[in-house]
Design a protein around this ligand. Sequence first.
Ligand code: SAM
Length: 228
Amino acid sequence: MALRVDVLTLFPRMLEGFLTESILGKALERQLLQVDVHDLRDWCTDKHRTADDRPFGGGAGMLLKPEPAVAAIEALQSPGCRRIYLTPDGVPFSQEIAQELSQQEHLVLLSGHYEGIDQRIRDEVIDQEISIGDYVLTNGTLPAAVLIDAMARFIPGVLGEEKSLTHESFTGKLLDFPQYTRPAEFRGKSVPEVLLSGNHGEIEKWRLAQRIEKTRQVRPDLLNNQPS
Ligand SMILES: C[S@@+](CC[C@H](N)C(=O)[O-])C[C@H]1O[C@@H](n2cnc3c(N)ncnc32)[C@H](O)[C@@H]1O
């Protein structure tokens, strides 16, 4: 059964292009996964469709109110589904998490806005909290898109060539190697000889060395975290 994802946001239109273009657009067309986007305001019951309110105890900004968000998630959830809140104070997102989530049957993704959400939403209807990085965005719609995009790549059939998953950044805790296409010379810069040699053993060796060197320079933390 195809992975089903429900996204709950105040800004459903932010996802329109994302869900129709490129590899993800094709995957949805081919029903390799299903994504439904919902407007959180559809669960607001007052005539102004109010989704937010001021924080108790003072402080800047507004918080998503508990009633609409909890009602929405309870309406969308299914037995055994994973309910995820995108938040900068969540667990950092990774390839491992993307792969694990891609194997689920049903996900409900909640995007926050303003200063965040009432804690009771988290306590009541959230199973997992995920951050897409150590920076703060205005709302969680793009983070939800990031999750969907990274997960979709693990669903069989979504990528044309499955092997493109095995040789890229973070696979085996290494970053990717430099890639070249035609022309063989551009502005006086030539493609490394080894790539033109046709010697696949040497090419693989060169690529691995490049991956290790790039990782050492840019993300030494990945090398230090290698399993022993
Ligand atoms: C302005 S942020 C709230 C930040 C919150 N006050 C804090 O300091 O942790 C508003 C919403 O954007 C989303 N968001 C912002 N940055 C994010 C990140 N790095 N990862 C995931 N979601 C993020 C969350 O859904 C959050 O509720």
